[in-house]
Ligand binder design. Structure first.
Ligand SMILES: Nc1ncnc2c1ncn2[C@@H]1O[C@H](COP(=O)(O)OP(=O)(O)OP(=O)(O)O)[C@@H](O)[C@H]1O
Ligand SMILES: [Mg+2]
Length: 142
C-alpha cells in the first residue's frame, strides 16, 4: 500500500496520468471515495494522458463512457446509479472486466461482482487537498 498527498485539481490530473501509464489491458481499478472526492478528476487525467484532445465527461447519467484504443477499450464507469449489481451484465461491464481497462467510480455498487483482483485507489479529504491510498499496485511502476 502506498499513500500520497494530492493538492488541487492539477495534482489529481497529474496523478491520473502517472497511474494511466502503469495500466495494462485486463486491469480493473476501483476508484473509492465519497461525493466530490475527486474520482472523476483522476479518471479524466488518466484518459487525457492517453487521448490529449478528448473531453472526458463524468458518466453520472450515462453510467459508462468508453474510449477505444488499438487492442482494448477503456471503460470509465460511474456506478452510483446502479440499482442492482446484475445491471453490470446489461452494461457489458462483466464481459469487459478482465479484458479491457475498467475504471470504476462507486465500485461498491457491484457487490460480489467486483473482481477480487481489482486495484484500488482510495481518496479521502485532507485539508484543502486529498489523501490517496493505492492498494494492489505493488507490481507496477507508479
Ligand atoms: N486533490 C484535490 N485537491 C483539491 N480539490 C480537488 C482534488 N481533486 C479533485 N478536486 C476537486 O473536487 C471536486 C470534485 O471532483 P470530482 O467530480 O472529480 O469528484 P468525484 O469523486 O468524481 O465526485 P462524484 O462522487 O460526484 O462522482 C472538483 O471541483 C475537483 O476539481
Ligand atoms: Mg465522479
Amino acid at each position: 500500500m502506498k499513500h500520497l498527498s494530492v493538492i488541487g485539481e492539477a495534482g489529481m490530473l497529474d496523478l491520473g496520468a502517472r497511474l494511466g501509464s502503469a495500466l495494462r489491458p485486463g486491469d480493473t481499478v476501483a476508484l473509492i471515495g465519497g461525493l466530490g472526492a475527486g474520482k472523476t478528476t483522476l479518471a479524466r487525467g488518466l484518459v487525457q494522458s492517453l487521448l490529449p484532445h478528448e473531453t472526458v465527461p463524468s458518466p453520472t447519467y450515462t453510467l459508462v463512457q468508453t474510449y477505444d484504443f488499438p487492442g482494448f477499450t477503456l471503460w470509465h464507469c460511474d456506478l452510483y446509479r446502479l440499482e442492482h449489481p446484475d445491471e453490470a451484465y446489461e452494461l457489458g461491464l462483466m464481459d469487459a472486466m478482465g479484458e479491457d481497462v475498467c475504471l470504476l467510480e462507486w465500485p461498491e455498487r457491484l457487490g460480489a461482482l467486483l473482481p477480487k483482483d481489482a486495484m484500488e485507489i482510495k481518496i479521502t479529504f485532507q485539508g484543502e487537498g486529498r489523501r490517496v491510498e493505492l492498494t494492489g499496485w505493488d507490481n507496477r511502476e507508479v
